[in-house]
Design a protein around this ligand. Structure first.
Ligand SMILES: NC(=O)c1ccc[n+]([C@@H]2O[C@H](COP(=O)([O-])OP(=O)(O)OC[C@H]3O[C@@H](n4cnc5c(N)ncnc54)[C@H](O)[C@@H]3O)[C@@H](O)[C@H]2O)c1
Length: 259
């Protein structure tokens, strides 16, 4: 067990990648705070972990609400006595050509990804700095490094996360806190399933073409990245033994982005 006795909070853990990371952390011996705006999703994942013999606490949290983030992180740290890792993973996707992109929707995407990562970091380091240890893990994307048409808000937010994580590597260093970003390629989650018909409509191509050419066209083998691939990286980063690995982004994308 790589995370025995550790305590983690994972946002957006009620679905998709966050859920997979929470389950993997629990399997590796961590107690996990399951934070999500969708209370039922969070409860379900926490129950799943407990049923498998793990330890979890569901917390309803909108990552754009500072009071809610602080209260949720405090509750998890108080319940389990410490906080060793945070995974800022909650996210949404909205795609439009820029001339049709409502500013309100642009702000919502940036607020959840970048603002939410900022607020979670601020809440988490209050528990980590006094203990002189901690792992900050941010969910970036290949879109932290590459751009795609129609995704101005998402690409801007995911690039911004690199800046936040690198700054935290510098600020956290003297407090024993490491900071890294995971950058997955496309993973088949509800967030991606929703985009397939939307992109087909906006680009005027079939759904099969969206998957083959737009999503996987630049991979080396035409394969999706899996939930297990991303969860394994999160376990690796949470359990890494020293600050040799900080300020980095690690990409798992079947060769779509090589950096
Ligand atoms: N699926 C992919 O291909 C892919 C690739 C790269 C990066 N990512 C990133 O992985 C993360 C998770 O995405 P996913 O594919 O698992 O999506 P998902 O839709 O399956 O899960 C996202 C979760 O975030 C929660 N959420 C949304 N807004 C929230 C808010 N304001 N506060 C708290 N929780 C909120 C949702 O309720 C949901 O449970 C996102 O940051 C996404 O950008 C996904």
């Amino acid at each position: 067990m790589q995370l025995q006795g550790q305590v983690a909070v994972v946002t957006g853990a009620g679905s998709g990648i966050g859920r997979a990371i929470a389950l993997a952390f629990a399997r590796e011996g961590a107690s996990v705070g399951i934070a999500d705006i969708a209370a039922d999703g969070a409860q379900k994942v926490a129950a799943e972990i407990e049923a498998a013999g793990g330890t979890a606490l569901a917390v309803t949290m909108d990552v754009t609400d500072e009071a809610m983030v602080n209260a949720g992180v405090d509750r998890i740290a108080e319940r389990f006595g410490r906080l060793d890792a945070m995974v800022a993973n909650a996210g949404i996707q909205i795609v439009h050509p820029i001339e049709e992109f409502p500013y309100e929707e642009f702000r919502r995407v940036v607020d959840i990804h970048l603002g939410g990562s900022f607020l979670l970091t601020k809440a988490a380091v209050r528990h980590m700095y006094p203990k002189k240890r901690g792992a900050l893990i941010y969910m970036g994307s290949v879109h932290s490094h590459e751009a795609s048409a129609l995704k101005s808000a998402y690409v801007a937010a995911k690039h911004g996360i690199l800046g936040l994580a690198r700054t935290m590597a510098k600020e956290g260093g003297k407090h024993g806190v490491r900071s890294n970003v995971i950058c997955p390629g496309f993973v088949r989650t509800p967030l991606v399933e929703k985009q397939i018909p939307e992109q087909a409509r906006d680009l005027g191509i079939s759904e099969e073409e969206v998957v083959k050419n737009v999503m996987l066209g630049r991979t080396v083998d035409g394969e999706f990245t899996t939930l297990e691939d991303v969860a394994a990286l999160a376990v690796f980063l949470a359990g890494f033994r020293s600050a040799a690995l900080t300020g980095q982004s690690i990409t798992a994308s079947h060769g779509w982005y090589m950096g």
